[in-house]
Design a protein around this ligand. Structure first.
Ligand code: NA7
Length: 549
């Protein structure tokens, strides 16, 4: 059995950086990756139109100035092939692949309280140990179970956007049905519509989507960014979402005239992307303020659809804007003006069953050759709960999280010592700049391991009290917003049986990072360290639950 300092799970952007960082610090590390290549979400989600929805200037690693300067993005919002190429470039440039076991899925992990080490088992029969485990398993990496009645009846081909075949799919001359109008649907629908003979889109909830206004990279903008790189990185840290370009303006939607409000929305709409969320500071907390943004976007949608009856179906109502993950598109709404595209509004025509030849909805049979499913993920907890993770006293993480994903700072789980999460539930993660979140979390983890090492400490475990207090803070922050009003994957609503809880931390990026720094500066306050600061948990007791009732 091989022994390492650290076992890392997942070779997406989080795992790659964690490997780079920990190896640079002198630790032996082994990374397991289920796929045959690096890139994580950008390895699996290779559906047509897959694209990042944060500008690449901000969605790039910042740990190496040289890397930043020798990689050029061709577009402002790059597409999946380029993002996957970037992941490979980084892995090759820093010689990371030699420590990655591809095609290998971690199936079980058990913490040994005698040795303070994790024992890790894979589907390829590997059995290794690590002093620490770093879970870089991704927030959107486990496709949710297919919950469509009669799905096994369908005789044509079924493709999931999240597990897209490497060779691509030829839609030429085909009749295609697509279910799902979240980001994956919204990105793939325009591209599939261009190729297919006919595309029928099944929409359950109309989505708010903003145009990316994507275009080729502007060299002047890139230069301006690099010339001020340090200043921008500082600004990211001080911002609400780790993003300079979508930062929140210090004004209320109620403090300006109707004309001025419109002008400000228009400005951000024209700029493209998700920046509209920051037009006013109260859009996420005040229903009336939120309504103004929602109505602005609905008006834009009306203007993009030729037939008013069709526009009506595409108008999002029923949840405040931004409380389900807002989408960024390239020509989504205009696609419905095409003759070869049909929209089926499942609110009016409920989906009855998948048939041998298509879908029956509202009493009508829609037939096609190919069915594309863009139905989403078991977000934030799915990947961790799919591994049989056993902490102190053999307690299972999946069971522990059955009442909600309790963590301390999104970085650790009480009762699961020496296991760190990158962009875990309870951290801002999916609400902001994932690249910045990844680097911040991984740096914190590396510093923590260094701290332990220098003091010859062997186990670090979040205390139940610290975890309860943090979960209370996560819940408090969410309750102060409109997010709980929507049925969303942020709340776990899209997966049957999942406990309803707002999973990411919305209390503010800066507040979160300051808290993480403070905890570290205070000698890892809220953690029990062994040998030394032992707690009841360390004697084998575990927290009774993960969340605060
Ligand atoms: P999302 O955002 O979870 O979207 C899934 C879509 O599929 C959404 O429109 C769902 O409607 C729809 N859906 C899911 N299940 C069904 C069933 N059973 N019947 C009909 N429609 C269904 O996943 P994406 O992959 O698009 O995006 C995930 C994230 O990736 C995204 O948020 C970005 O962060 C990047 P619903 O809204 O639940 O009514």
């Amino acid at each position: 059995m091989a022994d390492y300092d650290v076992i890392i799970v997942g070779a997406g952007f989080a795992g790659l950086y964690a490997l780079y960082k920990l190896r640079k610090e002198g630790y032996s590390a082994l990374l397991y990756e289920a796929g045959s290549g690096v890139g994580g979400v950008w390895y699996w989600n290779r559906y047509p139109g897959a694209r990042v929805d944060v500008e690449n200037l901000e969605y790039s690693y910042t740990f190496s100035k040289e890397l930043e300067q020798d990689w050029q993005w061709s577009e402002q919002y790059s597409s999946q092939p380029e993002l996957e190429a970037y992941a490979n470039h980084v892995a090759d440039r820093f010689d990371l692949k030699r420590d990655i076991r591809f095609g290998t899925r971690v199936t079980a992990m058990r913490f040994d309280e005698e040795t303070d080490r994790w024992s890790v088992v894979t589907n390829q029969g590997d059995h290794v140990t690590g002093q620490y485990c770093v879970m870089a398993t991704g927030c959107l990496s486990v496709p949710k179970e297919i919950d469509l009645p009669g799905i096994d009846n369908f005789k044509g081909k079924i493709y999931r956007t999240s597990l897209w075949p490497k060779g691509g799919v030829d839609f030429t001359g085909k009749r295609v049905g697509e279910i799902g109008t979240g980001s994956s649907g919204i990105q793939s629908i325009p591209v599939i519509a261009e190729q297919a003979a006919h595309l029928t889109v099944f929409q359950r909830t109309a989505a708010f989507s903003m145009p990316s206004q994507n275009g080729p990279t502007d060299p002047a903008k890139v230069k301006a960014w690099f010339d001020n790189r340090d200043k921008y990185h500082q600004q990211q840290r001080q911002s609400a979402f780790g993003l300079v370009m979508s930062d929140i303006a210090p004004r209320s939607a109620h403090d300006v005239s109707d004309e001025e409000r419109r002008r400000l929305y228009e400005e951000r709409w024209e700029r493209g992307g998700l920046g509209i969320i920051g037009t006013f500071y109260d859009l996420l907390t005040d229903q009336k303020a939120n309504d103004t943004a929602a109505e602005f976007v609905r008006e834009k949608i009306r203007g993009l659809i030729e037939k008013p009856e069709l526009a009506k179906k595409l108008l999002p109502y029923g949840h405040p804007i931004f409380t389900k993950r807002p989408c960024v598109d390239s020509g989504y709404f205009g696609t419905f003006n095409r003759d070869n595209v049909t929209l089926v509004d499942l609110r009016e025509e409920p989906l009855e069953t998948v048939t041998e030849t298509g879908i029956r909805a509202g009493g009508t049979d829609y037939d096609f050759d190919i069915l594309v499913l863009a139905i989403g993920f078991d977000a934030m907890t799915g990947a961790l709960c799919n591994i049989d993770i056993r902490g102190r006293s053999g307690v299972s993480l999946k069971e522990r999280w059955s009442d909600g994903p309790g963590t301390y700072l999104g970085l650790a789980v009480a009762g699961f010592p020496n296991m760190f999460l990158i962009t875990g539930p309870g951290s801002p993660s999916v609400l902001g700049n994932m690249m910045a979140a990844i680097e911040e979390n991984a740096d914190w983890i590396a510093d923590c391991i260094r701290y332990m090492d220098e003091r010859q400490l062997t186990a670090i475990d979040a205390t139940c009290e610290a975890q309860y207090a943090w979960v209370a803070e996560v819940n408090r922050a969410a309750a102060a917003t409109l997010y709980p009003l929507a049925k969303s994957w942020y709340m776990g609503d899209n997966v049957a049986g999942k406990k309803r809880a707002f999973m990411p931390y919305i209390g503010g990026w800066k507040k979160y990072l300051d808290r993480c720094d403070e905890v570290a500066a205070n000698g890892y306050e809220g953690f029990a360290l062994a040998p030394g600061r032992a707690t009841p948990e360390m004697a084998g007791q575990t927290c009774s639950k993960s969340t605060v009732a």
